[in-house]
Design a protein around this ligand. Structure first.
Ligand SMILES: Cc1cc2nc3c(=O)[nH]c(=O)nc-3n(C[C@H](O)[C@H](O)[C@H](O)COP(=O)(O)OP(=O)(O)OC[C@H]3O[C@@H](n4cnc5c(N)ncnc54)[C@H](O)[C@@H]3O)c2cc1C
Length: 401
């Protein structure tokens, strides 16, 4: 039987689930609840879930505030660990930079969340929210009509919706069906991730630039660290096969001993890296959010922080709407997201190129940059502001002159 919705969200990972929760809490301009469907290929506990895997991601302080406003933080909070300090260094060079939450008058610079734990928690909240979830099921066909979009799922289920949101990730079927162009720039790099045990980490995150690529360690609950190690696809392939002891020895060599000796590493996984940017993010009664709209390199931990700003803007526009698929609303969404998408994809790409280059001139430049930032609070505040997801830099601490 055909079911009708106001809004159908394809993809129920971080972008899709947070959007569904935000919309279910707000309703339309008159406060009437939207009829919402979420279509997701995997159940939240699935070991093969591409959106809720063993990755841990860093949420900027600004993103945590956004998630609180959108009503999603209660589900996430229990699986979050604070970052109170960030140390940035460049292997074999003199520059270095440290930022602490007290300098900026905040309790934490950000939070690290474990996606495989957050996913089921978000879906438990979704189950209580009145949203209809079609999972496991997938979008197979999409047909735009004058005042609605007809969707056919692989199960044969048919739906119509006044607005379809593509929150279905980098290889978005919604984007493909709409024929929206994608600019894709592959990086000759792969991200290798794993969780590690370490001694008491003091809520410090580390980012170290090595000749191979950046290596980040994010503090998690129970004195564990989440490793993101960017390297050539060949090295990543080789390191996936190493024994635990050999892997830890190579990691130790790249990172050093500032956290003592690493003793245990969990399951390793790898992600090929590319910058992907949809040329348009709207089409008749359809819109893209999150990785479906743009996918960035994890070097600066911006991916979901940026996708969440898509979610925030769309949720806000929809809370003032009568017709969720009205062209004027979608045009406003595209226009309001243009600068942030351009700026964030641009500076992330610049960082990748700057820190992946082993030339002496580039090394000198980036080290002078790190050194300058550690000595010049104004410059560092700009960087901290970006890292924390604030627009226009971080606010001054009251005691700072
Ligand atoms: C190694 C690594 C480290 C990262 N670190 C950070 C970080 O520190 N901070 C940060 O902010 N971001 C980080 N990111 C990026 C972040 O993980 C992503 O931006 C975010 O998880 C994307 O969420 P999404 O919901 O937009 O897309 P996805 O997670 O890709 O979800 C898409 C969903 O759509 C579903 N789907 C796809 N096709 C269909 C279909 N036809 N029908 C139904 N369902 C469908 C999929 O099953 C999936 O659940 C990192 C990424 C990587 C790879």
């Amino acid at each position: 039987m055909k079911q009708h919705y106001d809004i159908a969200i394809v993809g129920g990972a971080m972008a899709g689930a947070t959007l569904a929760l935000a919309l279910s809490a707000r309703g339309d301009r008159e406060g009437r609840p939207w009829r919402i469907a979420v279509i997701e290929a995997h159940t939240p506990e699935s070991q093969r879930h591409p959106g809720y895997d063993t990755r841990a991601i860093a949420l900027a302080e600004g993103s945590v505030r956004r998630l609180k406003t959108l009503g999603c933080w209660p589900a996430i909070q229990a699986h979050a660990a604070p970052i109170e300090r960030i140390e940035v260094s460049d292997q074999g060079h003199f520059g270095g930079l440290a930022m602490a939450s007290q300098e900026y008058g905040v309790e934490a610079l950000g939070q690290v969340v474990e996606l495989e734990r957050v996913g089921p928690a978000l879906w438990q909240q979704l189950a209580k929210s009145g949203v209809d979830c079609f999972s496991p099921d997938q979008l197979a066909e999409l047909t735009q009509q004058n005042d609605q979009v007809a969707l056919t799922l692989t199960s044969g289920q048919q739906l119509t919706a006044r607005l379809v949101v593509g929150a279905d990730g980098t290889h978005s079927k919604v984007r493909e069906k709409l024929g929206l162009g994608l600019r894709r720039t592959p990086y000759p790099q792969t991200a290798l991730i794993a969780n590690l045990s370490a001694r008491d980490h003091g809520a410090t995150a580390y980012e170290r630039f090595t000749a191979e690529g950046p290596l980040a360690l994010l503090p998690m609950c129970d004195d564990r660290y989440s490793l993101v190690w960017v390297q050539s696809p060949e090295q990543a392939q080789r390191r996936l096969q190493l024994s635990e002891a050999q892997f830890l020895a190579e990691l130790q060599q790249a990172f050093g001993y500032r956290l003592g000796r690493f003793t245990q590493v969990g399951q390793r996984a790898s992600y090929p890296l590319a910058l992907c940017k949809a040329e348009r993010v709207i089409h008749h009664r359809c819109v893209l959010v999150g990785n479906a709209a743009q996918t960035v390199h994890p070097i600066a931990g911006q991916g979901f922080n940026l996708g969440l700003r898509d979610v925030e803007v769309l949720a806000h526009l929809l809370s003032q709407a009568d017709d969720p698929g009205a062209f004027s609303l979608l045009a406003q969404y595209e226009q309001q997201r243009r600068n942030d998408r351009g700026r964030t994809t641009g500076w992330t790409d610049l960082l990748v190129r700057l820190f992946s280059n082993s030339s002496r001139v580039m090394a000198l430049g980036r080290n002078s940059g790190l050194l300058a930032m550690s000595l010049l609070p104004g410059l560092k505040r700009q960087l901290a502001g970006q890292a924390m997801g604030w627009r226009g830099g971080a606010p001054r601490h009251p005691q700072q002159k």
